[in-house]
Design a protein around this ligand. Sequence first.
Ligand code: PEP
Length: 249
Amino acid sequence: MTRTPLIAGNWKMHKTIAEAEAFIQALLPRVAAARSDVAICPPFTALGAMVDSARGSGVHVYAQNVHEAGSGAFTGEVSPPMLVELDVHGAIVGHSERRQLFGETDRALQAKVPALLDAGLVPILCVGETEEEREAEQTQRKLRQQVREALAKVDDARLADVVIAYEPIWAIGTGKVATPEQAQDAIAFVRALVNDRSRAAGDAVRVLYGGSVKPDNAAELLALPDVDGALVGGASLDAESFAAIVAAA
Ligand code: PEP
């Protein structure tokens, strides 16, 4: 099974439209020959501008969150059809910052993931354990719960259309990267959870690593057999360092 790697940059709450424009103009020539899929995940305000600027380049644009409903009385939220109208490719869901700071639950993800798929959008579902959970040897228990719950309402036939990002919370924005063994073990475990639902989907689903990926550690992580790319935070804010990670894939 060949899985095309995906390198996705999560900008979080960084970059105005003007800053995003400067970034994309610097990025596009640097990733023109990329053999992996490349995506940026700007804030909502810059999505339309980035879709327009990246059109025809092969670089996809994802949102960082979405609401599961098509429309309704949900102040401050954005729906899948609104992203489709912008020509956005997909959305990150379940990022640990959304879970910890904004109360996003596995139950909400159970609705968000199928809502994205039904709208023709690609979900990047984030899962991962805290440092305490790893020390208590609860990593697999946490991953099992997060993956099973978030995918519970996805048909087996659509499972491989979801991208899963394994992001140990202790590695996000800390400079503390998982060892290759930790990343490989956790990602193989995530794949096995999908395999439990459908052998074909488990073989085809892309599972990314996220957590302090930088140009100098990317190649080692991306060479691991079950790692199908990276979700990159801090290092995705600079076009040169993000392009170096793309080149490592
Ligand atoms: C992230 O926020 O998804 C992330 C992986 O951040 P960083 O690369 O900065 O650790």
